[in-house]
Design a binder for this molecule. Structure first.
Ligand code: SAM
Ligand code: SF4
Ligand code: SF4
Length: 336
């Protein structure tokens, strides 16, 4: 039986972070000043093995999870990640398996290996087509051309539809919105523009840095007539828009200015096996202790159900520009 939380929301999607490490230092996610040489990342023994993740995933699916997204940190730095994909692809009852990556390590061979293992589609993050702006945002001088090649590789092996996620941050990349949209019009790739969020405690978020969804839509609308499309399913976070001329779709994720907590069906599993009921939570439930303590599947399922039924999170709906920032979990820890 699918558990429902205190606001009647079922558990439907699961995001699994497979590492807290990343080869980028995006200024809005892992700023160098915080995630520098002295930062203590998780040790190998602290993170869940693929077998542990797959066992938990199967239990989650029995409780109603239909969609799993693999994320990070950067999931492709976890060695042989395609083996995890293969294990998850075999979980009976899972309808949708996808992965979010910065694309830096997505060669043609890696894309093919992921596809062969059972991945059906992929999301690649890309903040700008302008090499200088992109390098400034990833803060490790990573060139945009490699990510553009990765998008082509994903298309070539059939990890489609490819979605391209862009975090829009005021004063950094909002001038590139039209270029990004133009580049992918008519290609089948779906660009999605995400409002910059106050996740974690280290990115120095300010409301002034957020480019509201309505501004993104207005900007696109000045170039091409666009119309809203109905959501694919209950709890879909991206608002969908399509070009009237048939050149495809764009998504807008307005977590700050138009929060969607009332339909939030997402659970999040961190790399060290903690279950978070909200992106902005400060505490997670330690599932690794259960796994390594010899708990049965039934005992773990019962615990998951109890945690979900107690869930009352709706951070974005009650956020104000002066919400005090407690010790929230970092984005790189739970993967967005
Ligand atoms: N490293 C992978 C990547 O960048 O695609 C996966 C993990 S990353 C945390 C997942 C997504 O979260 C990325 O698309 C990233 O741009 C987004 N993200 C990170 N910090 C964010 C923030 N403060 N506000 C909005 N989105 C953010
Ligand atoms: Fe790494 Fe992704 Fe965070 Fe950028 S957004 S620092 S690529 S985890
Ligand atoms: Fe879901 Fe929490 Fe985000 Fe609201 S703030 S949509 S409850 S993750």
């Amino acid at each position: 039986m699918t558990p429902k939380d205190t606001l009647g929301r079922p558990m439907r999607d699961l995001r699994i972070s497979v590492t807290d490490r990343c080869n980028f230092r995006c200024v809005y996610c892992m700023p160098k000043e915080v995630f520098g040489r002295d930062f203590r990342f998780l040790d190998r023994g602290e993170i869940l093995s693929f077998e542990e993740i797959a066992r938990l995933a199967a239990i989650f699916v029995r409780l109603g999870i239909e969609k799993i997204r693999i994320t990070g940190g950067e999931p492709l730095i976890r060695r042989d990640i395609e083996e995890l994909v293969a294990q998850l692809a075999r979980v009976p009852g899972l309808n949708d398996l996808t992965l979010t990556t910065n694309g830096s390590l997505l060669t043609r061979a890696k894309a093919q290996a992921l596809r062969d293992a059972g991945l059906r589609r992929i999301t690649i993050s890309l903040d700008s087509l302008d090499d200088e702006v992109f390098r400034r945002m990833n803060d490790v001088k990573f060139p945009v051309s490699v990510v553009l090649d990765a998008i082509e590789c994903a298309i070539a092996v059939g990890l489609t539809p490819v979605k391209v996620d862009t975090v829009v941050r005021r004063g950094m990349n909002e001038k590139g919105i039209v270029d990004l949209a133009a580049r992918f019009r008519g290609t089948g790739v779906i660009p999605r523009f995400i409002e910059y969020m106050d996740v974690g405690n280290s990115n120095g978020w300010k409301m002034d840095d957020v480019v509201p969804a309505r501004e993104v839509i207005a900007t696109l609308g000045t170039q091409w007539p666009i119309v809203p499309v109905d959501a694919n399913y209950y709890g879909e976070v991206a608002e969908r828009w399509r070009y009237e001329d048939g050149a495809g779709e764009v998504g807008i994720i307005s977590s700050v200015t138009r929060p969607f907590c009332s339909a939030c069906t997402r659970a999040r599993l961190s790399a060290e096996g903690k279950l978070y009921a909200c992106l902005f939570a400060s505490q997670g439930e330690d599932l690794r202790a259960l796994l390594r303590g010899g708990a049965s599947d039934e005992a773990i399922a019962a615990r998951l159900g109890t945690v979900w039924q107690a869930r009352d999170d709706r951070y974005s709906e009650i956020r104000t520009s002066n919400t005090p920032s407690g010790a929230k979990v970092e984005m790189s820890h739970i993967g967005g």
